[in-house]
Structures are given as structure tokens and as C-alpha cells.
Design a protein around this ligand. Structure first.
Ligand code: AHR
Length: 650
């Protein structure tokens, strides 16, 4: 046993207060006939925020950084050569007015622009890429451009030519089909004709996007989301909803309509962590609210947008001028009402028409709306209340979600929960990024929650040790904790792990569910835990106990049971956090006598520090086997350090 592994295991065991290391028989009583609370179809969802280059440079398939020359440094991401300037006169797009002017007068260097992409441009051999831009000539006559893909050794491996003509802005495009696969290529545009021309919104998009959507998502990353079978999709944040100040808050109306004319916004994760500064991090809003709704539909999840409540990030500033006064909140509330119209309204309504014009006349069937992210103090309820009143009055069918603040307990949390009850929100958003010990102790968290108040939405949660790395240890602790979600499905209606994505070369925050580079991705052990819950949610909880108690850590075990009425199956989930095999006797009350076939899926690693990486993505993956349980009394043996999900035909 490696030293580090020994250390990890002993820490883990200490933290759990393990009673003994001898295997012993544990007896679980499961009553299949006592169908309990329904498990909401929204129960296991996902949370997306544009952090760690999750949107631009990640899920959003655009490959050009700063395609509109709108960064504070308009050449950010670009290397101009020859005579290139930035202009704003008579722009092509009024909300993104900067463009590049290129003049070529036989300069020895040539005149043109290189784009570096997001830590390079990921290109796959044989795939087709649409290069497009808007252009006009300033001098008379047509102007020819050469378009190249160049690798990091400056070898050129794709060349096309495009000729532009005319003094009015027009869109030009050409298809690039590289013959090599390269994670760090660059796009190069060079003038071949003498003269002057203007270029704007230079875009390079793979034709292969998820569900072949134009302006779509990177296929592999979006597929990984769909493969989780998420019940709900929370977007677009997180702290970026709040903004560092109100001017930089997320405003959904800036993210819809023609993609070229969505005004960009600085991303707060550009500068929030000084030790992880990314001056090139902006939000292009190419992935905007229309695309979020469409993606929710494409992956089969209920959309769950979060809107600013009139407060900017309370961590970042305490300037009262950065809060919208309560009596001036109406534009913020209108944003919420208009969003519901954008998602669900008839095509004859103002915002419903925009949705239809963007290609989706049918309603997106929005059911949930969160107001505020991690807010605290009386500033929050006094703003939330008018939102709730107006949303209820106009759209009583919408479930409104309030926040209990950034902490999972303590003064702010204790103040906000009763306030949420008073305001009568439908669900309360809780956030916790905590240690393995906290997660294991928290398996009982919801057993004592008020059954008559708002429901729980665990909107951001992830387990992490001090180094915040994703590992099997954290995944196993989350699996154990989540048995508490399921057992309390009458109270917990939605949970979404956070955050989703991180670029291996450009991350600010961990842990994260999926890591990626420009060509591939890796699913963390935590991903597989979420997937096991998502695919094995069941429809109703059923009682599971050991010595008349729920199984919340006795003998290192955490367990819960459900039935799936649609498939007529019993589902048992058991986390064994100890280093011993555990023998479990299952008393299956209500199951007809005899053998019942099924499967068991096990996520296991003998090293708690085990990780999946881009180079070794399969260190911790679930393994499925057939299983047969004898009713009414069966015996199973659990592997040490494992999460097992049994699915048994009833
Ligand atoms: O997920 C990263 C951040 O964590 C979110 O933006 C915020 O809501 C939480 O503090």
C-alpha cells in the first residue's frame, strides 16, 4: 500500500469514527410494499456557470477568442501583423461596435491577423469547420484573403481563399477541413490584395455540434451532460448572475437575438482570484438564454434560470450604491416577468415572438425561476418579496426559488430560512462546498427538516479536501451524503452538483464534475456518482432501516431504497465507506419468494486519492454485473470503499 494512500484512508476512517475493522453482518429491512414519497423527476440535476472557461472556450463550440474585437484590449486573443487598426465608425453591429481595419501596401510582413483560440484551437482531422466573418472594402475593387490553420510549430495545414467585394458589410464564409488533429492550432487571415478592408465577428465553428445546432455546443461536452440524465439544468450561475457590481451583472436580455449583436461582458472569474488571473476571460454570450433553454430541451432537463435580485455580489463589495434600491426594482422584476414570457409566452407576445424568431415557436415550458444566488441579510428578503408577489400574480404556475445564502448553517442561514417561509417561496436554494467529514455527517441533514415549509433545492454542493481536488474520496462521500437526499425526497426536490466544467489549462475553481482540454474530456469519479443517481432515481422512496434506524453511517454504511414504478424494479443504493468487505442481509418484505434477477453497478477504488485524468480517464469507473437476489432474505457482500447500486426486478 502506498504511503499516501494509507494516509488518506486513515484520515478518512478517523473522520468517520469507524468502530471496528472486522466484517460483520448487517441486516437491512426493506419494505417494497410501503411506497413512500415520490422522487421528483427533477431530483438529480446539473448546474452550469461560465467559470473555468466553461462556456466560451468550453461548452460553447466557438473556437475564436474575442471574435468581435470587444475585449478591453480589442486585440486580446489576436496577433496583428502589418497595418491593422481597430475602428468603430459605421460599425456592422451597434452593440459590438469595434472592428479591425486591415491595409496592405506590400509590407514585407504582409498584413493580417492570427487568433490563438482558447489556449489554442482544437481541430480534428477530417472534420469540417465553418469560418465566417463580416467584411467590407474601404478601397475600390475586390480584396482577396488567405485563411490558414497553423499549428504551434507554425506549420500550415489548411489553406483557403476568400474574396470580398463591396463597401457594405456582408457575411462571407468558407469551410475548412484540416487533415491533422491538433489541440493548439491558430487561425491566420492574411491579405493577398493591396488595399484596405474591414473585418468583424470572425468566427470558426465546428459543423459537428451537439444535435447539429447552429451556434451550438461542443458535441462531446454536451453529450456528457445528456449522459447524466439530468432532471434539471440550473444556469447561468452562480456569482456571475450577481456581477461584481450591478453594471457587470448577468442580464439575460443582452444574451438573446442575433449572436453578433449581443454585447459582451467581462467575466468576473477573470479577476476574482488574484492568484488565478485570466485577463482574457469575457462572456461573449454566444451561449445565451435561448441556447440554455434549447440545451435543456436537448438533454431532457427542466430549465432552471437564476436571475439577479437587485444585489451585486455581497462578497465583492459592500457599497450600498451597488444595490438597487427597493423602490427602483421594477426593471429587475420586469426582467423576470419578461423572461417567463420569452420562455413560455405566445408567439404573438413581444418576448414570445423573439423566441419564435430565434427558431423555437413552441414554449420552452419553464416551470422554475430562482431569484438571487448567494445573498444574505435583510437586503435580500426585502428585494425578493416584491419579485415573488408580482410573479405569483402574473404567473401563479411558476415555482419561485429563494436562497438561504452561501453557508449551509449559521446565522445567515438561520435568518434566511424563516424569511423564505414567510415570503412563501416554493423552494429554498442551499449551497455547500465542504469536507468529506461534513458530507458524511450530513447524511442525516434532511431527516429533521420541516415537512410543511418550502422544499429544498440543493443548488450547489461538492465535497472537497483541503487541496480541493476531485478524487474517489470526495465522490464516495457525496454518494453517502446523497442517500439523505433520496430518503428525504418528500423535502428535497432538486439537487445540482457544482460546478460542471473546468478547462485543464484555464481553471479558477475546483472541484468540478467534468474536466476537458481542447480535444477531449474526462469524467471525474464524482460524475459517475451523479450519473448513478440520475439513472437510478426511481419513482418513490421505500423504507430501509437497520435496527429500526435509517442507515446513515453505522458500520461505515449509508443506504437508501426506492422503487421504480415505471420499470417495476427495486433500487438499493449502498455506500460502504469502510476498508472492510461488508456482508449485508437484506430482508425484502413484500417481494414474492424466489429468485429475482437484476444488476449491481459498483463504483470502487482501493485508493481514496484515485483520480481520472485526461491521460488516464478510466481509473475510477462504474462496473455493472448481473445479480440474483433470493427473496424474502438475501445476502450481498459489499466491496470496501464502494458505492453499489442494485436494480432488481420486482
Ligand atoms: O460554483 C462557483 C461559485 O460558488 C458560484 O458562482 C457561487 O454561487 C458559489 O459561491
Amino acid at each position: 500500500m502506498r504511503r499516501s494512500m494509507k494516509k488518506a484512508i486513515s484520515l478518512f476512517l478517523l473522520s468517520m469514527g469507524v468502530s471496528g475493522l472486522m466484517a460483520q453482518t448487517n441486516e437491512f429491512k426493506i419494505d417494497v410494499q410501503q411506497t413512500g414519497a415520490p422522487i421528483q423527476s427533477t431530483m438529480y440535476g446539473i448546474f452550469f456557470e461560465d467559470i473555468n472557461f466553461g462556456a466560451d472556450g468550453g461548452l460553447y463550440a466557438e473556437l475564436i477568442k474575442n471574435r468581435s474585437f470587444e475585449f478591453e484590449n480589442p486585440f486580446g486573443g489576436w496577433t496583428p501583423f502589418g497595418n491593422v487598426t481597430i475602428q468603430t465608425k459605421s460599425p456592422c453591429f451597434d452593440k459590438n461596435p469595434h472592428y479591425a481595419r486591415l491595409s496592405f501596401n506590400k509590407e514585407l510582413t504582409g498584413t493580417g491577423l492570427d487568433n490563438e483560440g482558447f489556449k489554442g484551437i482544437g481541430i480534428k482531422a477530417g472534420e469540417k469547420y465553418d469560418l465566417s466573418f463580416y467584411a467590407r472594402t474601404v478601397t475600390n475593387g475586390p480584396i482577396k484573403f488567405r485563411i490558414n490553420l497553423v499549428n504551434d510549430k507554425h506549420d500550415i495545414y489548411e489553406t483557403k481563399e476568400v474574396e470580398i467585394n463591396g463597401k457594405d458589410w456582408k457575411k462571407y464564409s468558407v469551410v475548412l477541413t484540416p487533415e491533422v488533429t491538433e489541440a493548439h492550432s491558430r487561425l491566420r487571415i492574411t491579405m493577398l490584395t493591396q488595399g484596405t478592408a474591414d473585418l468583424e465577428h470572425i468566427s470558426l465553428f465546428p459543423q459537428n455540434t451537439f444535435n447539429n445546432r447552429p451556434n451550438g455546443m461542443r458535441a462531446d461536452l454536451a453529450q456528457a451532460l445528456k449522459d447524466l440524465k439530468p432532471g434539471v439544468f440550473r444556469f447561468p450561475g452562480g456569482c456571475i448572475v450577481e456581477g461584481t457590481n450591478l453594471a457587470t451583472r448577468y442580464q439575460w436580455k443582452n444574451t438573446v437575438g442575433p449572436v453578433e449583436n449581443r454585447p459582451i461582458n467581462i467575466n468576473r472569474w477573470n479577476y476574482t482570484f488574484p492568484h488565478k488571473k485570466f485577463p482574457d476571460y469575457y462572456q461573449s454570450y454566444g451561449l445565451g438564454f435561448f441556447e440554455y433553454f434549447q440545451l435543456s430541451e436537448d438533454i431532457g432537463a427542466e430549465p432552471l434560470p437564476v436571475l439577479n435580485c437587485g444585489l451585486s455580489c455581497q462578497y465583492e463589495n459592500d457599497d450600498p450604491n451597488e444595490n438597487c434600491p427597493v423602490d427602483k426594482l421594477q426593471p429587475y422584476i420586469d426582467d423576470a416577468l419578461d423572461l417567463i414570457e420569452f420562455a413560455n409566452g405566445p408567439v404573438t407576445s413581444k418576448w414570445g415572438k423573439l423566441r419564435a424568431d430565434m427558431g423555437h415557436p413552441a414554449s420552452f415550458n419553464l416551470k422554475y425561476l430562482a431569484i438571487g444566488n448567494e445573498q444574505w441579510g435583510s437586503l435580500y428578503p426585502e428585494r425578493l418579496e416584491p419579485f415573488v408577489k408580482q410573479i405569483r400574480a402574473k404567473y401563479p404556475e411558476i415555482q419561485v426559488i429563494g436562497s438561504s445564502g452561501p453557508q449551509a448553517e449559521g446565522e445567515d442561514f438561520d435568518y434566511l430560512w424563516p424569511e423564505m417561509k414567510r415570503i412563501n417561496v416554493d423552494l429554498v436554494d442551499e449551497h455547500y462546498y465542504r469536507s468529506p467529514e461534513w458530507f458524511l455527517n450530513g447524511a442525516k441533514r434532511y431527516d429533521s427538516y420541516d415537512r410543511n415549509g418550502p422544499k429544498v433545492f440543493a443548488g450547489e454542493y461538492a465535497c472537497h479536501p483541503n487541496n480541493r481536488e476531485n478524487s474517489f474520496l470526495t465522490a464516495l462521500a457525496e454518494a453517502a451524503f446523497m442517500t439523505g437526499f433520496e430518503r428525504n425526497a418528500d423535502v428535497v426536490h432538486i439537487c445540482t452538483y457544482a460546478p460542471l466544467f473546468a478547462h485543464v489549462d484555464a481553471w479558477q475553481w475546483r472541484p468540478d464534475l467534468i474536466w476537458f482540454d481542447n480535444l477531449s474530456l474526462v469524467k471525474t469519479p464524482n460524475y459517475y456518482v451523479q450519473q448513478l443517481y440520475g439513472h437510478n432515481a426511481g419513482t418513490n422512496v421505500i423504507p430501509l432501516s437497520m435496527q429500526n434506524e435509517p442507515v446513515t453511517g453505522q458500520n461505515d454504511l449509508y443506504a437508501t431504497a426506492a422503487v421504480d414504478k415505471k420499470t417495476n424494479e427495486l433500487i438499493i443504493k449502498i455506500a460502504n465507506t469502510g476498508i472492510q468487505h461488508r456482508k449485508i442481509k437484506l430482508d425484502l418484505n413484500g417481494l414474492s419468494g424466489g429468485k429475482h434477477k437484476g444488476t449491481v453497478t459498483v463504483l470502487h477504488a482501493s485508493d481514496l486519492e484515485a483520480k481520472n485524468t485526461i491521460c488516464k480517464p478510466d481509473q475510477v469507473v462504474p462496473v455493472v454485473s448481473d445479480v440474483e437476489l433470493e427473496a424474502p432474505a438475501a445476502e450481498v457482500i459489499l466491496r470496501p470503499l464502494s458505492f453499489s447500486v442494485y436494480r432488481i426486478a420486482l
